[in-house]
Ligand binder design. Structure first.
Ligand code: SF4
Ligand code: SF4
Length: 190
């Protein structure tokens, strides 16, 4: 009985010794790494010749949109400016000439160096005048090139959303009241 125990102990010692000299535990630890090395398939894309497929809900550069007749959708309400957590947006709202109850964005700018692409401005807009495009190639050498004015933002919208929303004949009063696109609307509550 004692002999058998002694042999078993010796066997365990030899086993442990073999594991030490063959770096067995190290190999077990590296199993995942080695497997990855052997089965490695590179996923490098040769940008800009190859481009990644963007997800359907990708949030890229922002744009201002127009109706199908070219009218600005923006009614200068400032809600996007208020919703933006990074103070990207500056809206200069003005009365529509000859229609003092209606407003439009006389000037509109975005400092895209600060944008988080969170989409809160798009959600805040009551007339869907803002959209997030799928454009992402906006690396520039001069940060000032990312301070976009209204015309630039409208141009981005024109090329990213070629199908424009039809300018409907009537909107909810609260929107129509402010909307430059509806010069013939009755005053609010009328
Ligand atoms: S996406 Fe977010 S951070 Fe960028 S302008 Fe809109 S609200 Fe501001
Ligand atoms: S929330 Fe919409 S309508 Fe109002 S200022 Fe911003 S873009 Fe224009």
């Amino acid at each position: 009985m004692q002999l058998r125990e002694a042999l078993a102990r010796r066997y365990d010692d030899v086993k442990a010794w073999i594991k030490v000299i063959t770096f067995y535990e190290l190999a077990v630890g590296m199993k995942g790494t080695l497997s990855h090395l052997i089965h490695y398939k590179p996923i490098t894309l040769q940008y800009p010749h190859e481009k990644r497929i963007l997800s359907d809900n990708y949030r890229g550069m922002l744009a201002l949109l127009r109706y199908d007749d070219g009218t600005d959708k923006c009614v200068g309400c400032d809600l996007c400016e208020a919703a933006c957590p990074s103070r990207v947006i500056t809206v200069v709202s003005a009365e529509v000439p000859g229609e003092p109850t209606k407003r439009y964005a006389e000037a509109y700018s975005m400092d895209m160096t600060r944008c988080l692409f969170c989409g809160l401005c798009v959600q805040a807009c009551p007339v869907d005048a803002l959209g997030m495009t799928r454009e992402y190639e906006w690396a520039v050498y001069d940060k000032r090139d990312l301070l976009l004015n209204k015309q630039q933002l409208l141009a981005i919208g024109d090329r990213s959303f070629p199908t424009r929303e039809k300018r409907i004949e009537f909107q909810h009063q609260n929107l129509a009241f402010f909307n430059v696109a509806f010069p013939g609307q009755p005053p609010k509550g009328g």
